[in-house]
Design a protein around this ligand. Structure first.
Ligand SMILES: *[C@@H]1O[C@H](CO)[C@@H](O)[C@H](O)[C@H]1NC(C)=O
Ligand SMILES: *[C@@H]1O[C@H](CO)[C@@H](O)[C@H](O)[C@H]1NC(C)=O
Ligand SMILES: *[C@@H]1O[C@H](CO)[C@@H](O)[C@H](O)[C@H]1NC(C)=O
Length: 211
């Protein structure tokens, strides 16, 4: 007797779903565009102008499947700083020179999710660095520019005034494992270094994802 019930439920649910699916195409076209999620793995060279007008070049190695993210930051005619983040919340921020500086931090959140731009607010189109972009804002902290034609990120700017410009964007490129080892002095001392904008970005954007 019980078995006879289930075939009946199928046409019933179709009857409900059909009108909804007929409505979908029109409601989708009126939705604002959504930012393309980050590819799970990529390498990017970023030119960054800090809020103080200092320039640096960052090698960004985003590696979501392995739970790690690396920013190798070369300041103009200055220090090279390694900002290595693990998804378990630990970050190492160090130099590889004779000063042997290293700061270890523990964040309550992991690295940026590929979909960290979900729920960002679409604010329209703009031309930046010569590319026509869709633009989103996330919690008034980051403005994110994505090329309309290729859907690649072109730039993002922090409310502090720091702006990153994407110079290369190599999808699927992964940095070899030995490079992901923080130096031994990170595990011996805890000399303090100033926090990078990137760490701040991670904290703020991840915090909002939890909400
Ligand atoms: C960097 O930012 C400063 C301050 O906003 C600006 O004066 C300067 O022209 C910028 N430099 C570059 C190379 O974009
Ligand atoms: C997180 O992972 C890194 C790399 O494997 C490791 O060095 C660090 O100690 C870990 N942190 C915690 C809190 O387990
Ligand atoms: C490391 O940090 C701890 C706690 O903040 C402090 O007590 C200790 O003196 C520091 N060690 C070094 C080598 O700076």
């Amino acid at each position: 007797m019980k078995k006879r019930d289930s075939p009946l439920t199928i046409p019933f649910s179709f009857a409900i779903l059909l009108p909804i699916s007929l409505l979908l195409p029109s409601s989708i076209s009126s939705q604002p565009p959504e930012a393309t999620p980050w590819p799970p793995q990529f390498h990017s060279i970023l030119a960054i102008n800090s809020s103080k007008g200092h320039l640096h070049v960052t090698d960004l190695w985003y590696d979501w499947p392995n739970g790690r993210n690396f920013n190798i930051i070369q300041h103009q005619l200055g220090k090279k700083v390694y900002d290595l983040e693990w998804d378990n919340g630990t970050s190492y921020y160090y130099t590889l020179d004779e000063n042997q500086e290293c700061t270890t931090r523990h964040f309550p959140v992991g690295i940026l999710r590929p979909n960290w731009l979900d729920a960002a607010e679409y604010v329209g189109q703009a031309v930046i660095d010569g590319f026509r972009c869709n633009v989103w804002k996330k919690v008034d902290f980051i403005t994110y520019y994505e090329d309309v034609a290729t859907k690649r990120p072109v730039s993002w700017a922090f409310s502090t005034g720091t702006a990153a410009h994407v110079i290369t964007f190599e999808v699927g490129k992964v940095l070899d494992d030995p490079n992901w080892q923080a130096p031994v002095y990170c595990f011996q001392k805890n000399r303090s270094m100033t926090q990078s904008t990137w760490s701040l970005m991670r904290q703020i954007s991840s915090a909002t994802l939890v909400i």
